[in-house]
Design a protein around this ligand. Sequence first.
Ligand SMILES: [Zn+2]
Length: 262
Amino acid sequence: MPSNIQFIRNATVVLNYAGKKLLIDPMFAEKGRYPGFPGTANSHLSNPLVDMPVKPESLLDVDAVLVSHLHPDHWDEVAVQTLPKDIKILAQNEDDAQVIQSQGFTNVEALGTDANFEGLNFKKTYCQHGTDVAYSIPELAEVLGKASGFYFNAEGEKSIYFLGDTIWIDEVESNLKTWQPDVVVVNAGNASFENEALGAVIMGKNDILKINRILPNATIIAIHMETVNHSILSRKELSDFVTDQGIQDKVIIPQDGQVISL
Ligand SMILES: [Zn+2]
């Protein structure tokens, strides 16, 4: 099967790659199931803001589920209820693997930096899920926690870097420069706190421009928009921005459910 990415919603993606099928960051809830994240922008809105484009049950035929971290917009109670308990789960670290096991899953593996799943080699990458200011506040540091990205570079396939829930940091920049990925998947909703001094917890439109400046030939796929309350960058605003910058041919802003060939 040719490699592709099916963007589902928020950060949920089905990656068909090098003969493997991975479900990444499943959040399966119906529209409005959860209250907004307290202390964040637009916390009066309920999450998710939109319904799934497909039935969650149609997404279970995968080789493994890859979970970048356990925030509920990446791993939620409906996913926990819906996924078969013996499905293979790849967690970012031992702590997350233990939580997932405690939820009843029996086939959970904690990833190292160099991961191998049934012959598919990939890297787990470092994320900083908020600003230094936000992490300097212990309660916030606890909530933000650790997150990971993933880099795939299989023989004969395009290389893909899922940046994960991260702001712009030296590690991301150096990975982009070193690996020169063909495709960069960016969690781009500029999710922010109510207190603007705390900054954003993921990337936004200016980071997309920075990626394009480093890798002018890369295809950038912008996701994690218009699904959770605090993601304040809309598809329209990003689309207008990349058009103004003349980089619209390099940036894909998929609709929920859209399949992108690689
Ligand atoms: Zn997160």
